[in-house]
Write a protein that binds this ligand. Structure first.
Ligand SMILES: Cc1cc2nc3c(=O)[nH]c(=O)nc-3n(C[C@H](O)[C@H](O)[C@H](O)COP(=O)(O)OP(=O)(O)OC[C@H]3O[C@@H](n4cnc5c(N)ncnc54)[C@H](O)[C@@H]3O)c2cc1C
Length: 431
C-alpha cells in the first residue's frame, strides 16, 4: 500500500491517520510532544508533595451530537462509548435560579418550545424576539450572501434582539461554541451553530462530555487495531517540502504527506502561513474541600466565568472562559479569586468551602478568530504540490475551530491522499 507521512498528532492528524490506516495505507505520524491530542489533550498537573499528580484536560472539551465526524473518529478508535451525552442545558443566574433548556415532544425545529417558554432567565419580550430571530435564521441561512461579511452582533441587532436576549441566550451559547465575541464573529458561524446544533434535528443539541481524560481517548491501545499506523512521539518535523519531511536533520520520504500542524507553525517548516489571528480560552480548575453543586454542568449568566463542569462529585469544578482576551494580562492568582468570587454568586456552598487546589490554563493560541471575512483566508486541503495536503481546524472545513472541524480536515486530507493514489475513498460524513 502507499506510504503516507503525517506531521502533527492533534485531532486533524490523528483523524487522517485513523482513516488511512483503516483503509490499509502505511501511515507514519510524527508528533513533537510526548503525548497525542494537541489542543484537545490532558496531562498530569503537579500536586502537593503528599498527593499524586492528577491528570487533567488542558480545558474541558465538549461536543454536540451533530459532530458526526468526530463521533465517527471515536468509533474508529473504539472509544465512542466514553462520551456521555446530556440532554439538559442549565442556565444559572447570579443568586442561583436555574432555567433548563431541553427538548420536548414536538419535532424540530419546535422541540425546545415547552422548556424555552418556561425559562426564568428570559422575559416575554426576550423570548418573542429570540423565536422570531430563530425563524429568520432558518430562512436567511441559504439566502443571504453577506453572512461572512457581517458580525453576528450586527445580525442580532438587525433582528432587534433585546440586550437580555443577546447576553443571556445568544452570547452564552455562541461565544463558547465559536470562541469569539459576538461583535468579532462572522454571522456565518453563528448561523451554522444554531442551524446544525439547535434547529436541524431534535437531538443534535445534546452535549457530549468525555468520561475519561482527553488523552486517554487516543491512547496506544486504540491504535493497535489500526496496525498499519505507526505513531512517533517527541519527533518534531523541522521542514516540509514536496520531497518529504526533515526530522532530526534526516530526510523522511513517503508517497504522500499531510501537514496537520497549527497554522502559526507553518512558516517554521517552510510553508506559507495563512493570515489568521488567534482567540484565547482560559480554563480554571478548582478543587474544593466539599461538594459545591450537584449540577453536572451549567452556563453561568452575567459574569466572567461562562461554563462550569462538575468533574468529581461537585468537589472538582472545571470553569471555562472563551474569547478570554480580558484575562490575558490578569495574573493566575487574580483569575482564581475572580472565579471563586463568581462561583459564590451561583452556588452558595462556595461561601463555606475551602479551595484545596487551583490551576489556571491560559491558551492564548486556542483557536483562530472566526472574524468576518476570514473564510477566504482559510486554505483548502490541496497545496501547490500534488503529494502534499493540509489539515487542521484552521483549513477550509466549513466549521469554526472545533474538534469536529479538525477531524473533518483530517478526513478531507485523507480523501485527497487516496485520490492522489488513484483509488479515491470517501471518509467525510455529511452534516
Ligand atoms: C482551551 C481550549 C478549549 C477548547 N474547547 C473546545 C471544545 O469544547 N469543543 C471543541 O470542539 N473544540 C474545542 N477547542 C478546539 C479544539 O481543541 C481544536 O479545534 C482542535 O483540537 C484542533 O486540532 P488540530 O489537530 O487542528 O490542531 P492541534 O490540536 O493544535 O494539533 C497540532 C499538533 O501538531 C503538533 N506539532 C506542532 N509543531 C510540530 C512539529 N514541528 N512537528 C510535529 N508536530 C508538531 C502539536 O504538538 C499538536 O499536537 C478548544 C481548544 C482549546 C485550546
Amino acid at each position: 500500500m502507499p506510504k503516507v507521512a503525517i506531521a502533527g498528532g492533534g485531532l486533524a492528524g490523528l483523524a487522517a491517520a485513523a482513516a488511512l490506516g483503516g483503509a490499509g495505507y502505511e501511515v507514519d505520524l510524527y508528533e513533537a510532544r510526548p503525548f497525542l491530542g494537541g489542543r484537545a489533550t490532558s496531562y498530569p498537573v503537579p500536586a502537593s508533595p503528599e498527593e499524586e499528580a492528577e491528570t487533567i484536560d488542558n480545558c474541558q472539551h465538549i461536543l454536540l451530537r451533530c459532530c458526526v465526524n468526530l463521533l465517527n473518529f471515536y468509533e474508529r478508535l473504539g472509544v465512542r462509548n466514553q462520551i456521555r451525552f446530556h440532554r439538559e442545558f442549565y442556565f444559572v443566574e447570579p443568586g442561583g435560579r436555574i432555567s433548563i433548556l431541553r427538548r420536548g415532544r414536538l419535532p424540530a425545529p419546535f422541540h425546545f418550545t415547552g422548556s424555552f417558554l418556561r425559562m426564568h432567565c428570559l422575559d416575554r419580550h426576550d423570548k418573542i424576539g429570540i423565536a422570531r430571530a430563530l425563524m429568520a435564521l432558518r430562512r436567511e441561512r441559504t439566502r443571504r450572501k453577506d453572512l461572512d461579511r457581517i458580525s453576528m452582533l450586527d445580525w442580532l441587532n438587525q433582528k432587534r434582539q433585546t440586550p437580555h436576549a443577546i447576553d443571556r441566550f445568544w452570547r452564552q451559547v455562541l461565544v463558547s461554541a465559536v470562541n469569539e465575541d459576538l461583535d468579532r464573529m462572522a454571522a456565518l458561524h453563528g448561523f451554522q451553530v444554531f442551524w446544525l446544533g439547535f434547529l436541524a434535528r431534535a437531538d443534535s443539541y445534546e452535549m457530549g462530555v468525555p468520561a475519561v481524560p482527553l488523552a486517554q481517548l487516543y491512547a496506544a491501545e486504540a491504535w493497535e487495531k489500526l496496525g498499519s499506523v505507526r505513531i512517533h512521539l517527541r519527533c518534531a518535523v523541522e521542514r516540509i517540502a514536496a520531497e518529504g519531511f526533515t526530522i532530526g536533520g534526516e530526510p523522511i520520504t513517503a508517497d504522500s504527506y499531510i501537514c496537520a500542524l497549527p497554522f502559526e507553525r507553518l512558516e517554521a517548516v517552510g510553508l506559507e502561513a495563512p493570515r489568521l489571528e488567534h482567540s484565547p480560552i482560559t480554563g480554571v480548575h478548582l478543587w474544593f474541600d466539599r461538594e459545591i453543586t450537584t449540577l453536572p454542568h451549567a452556563t453561568l449568566l452575567d459574569r466572567t466565568i461562562q461554563w462550569m463542569f462538575n468533574k468529581n462529585g461537585g468537589r472538582y469544578l472545571q470553569l471555562v472562559v472563551s474569547a478570554s482576551r480580558d484575562l490575558t494580562n490578569v495574573s493566575r492568582n487574580d483569575i482564581i479569586d475572580l472565579a471563586v468570587g463568581d462561583l459564590r454568586l451561583f452556588f452558595p456552598r462556595v461561601r463555606e468551602a475551602r479551595v484545596v487546589k487551583a490551576h489556571v490554563v491560559k491558551e492564548q493560541r486556542a483557536t483562530f478568530s472566526a472574524a468576518p471575512e476570514t473564510e477566504a483566508l482559510r486554505p483548502a486541503t490541496a497545496t501547490q504540490f500534488p503529494n502534499l495536503f493540509l489539515a487542521g481546524d484552521w483549513t477550509r472545513t466549513g466549521w469554526p475551530a472545533t474538534m469536529e472541524g479538525a477531524v473533518r480536515s483530517g478526513y478531507l486530507a485523507a480523501e485527497a491522499v487516496t485520490a492522489a493514489a488513484g483509488s479515491p475513498a470517501r471518509f467525510l460524513l455529511p452534516d
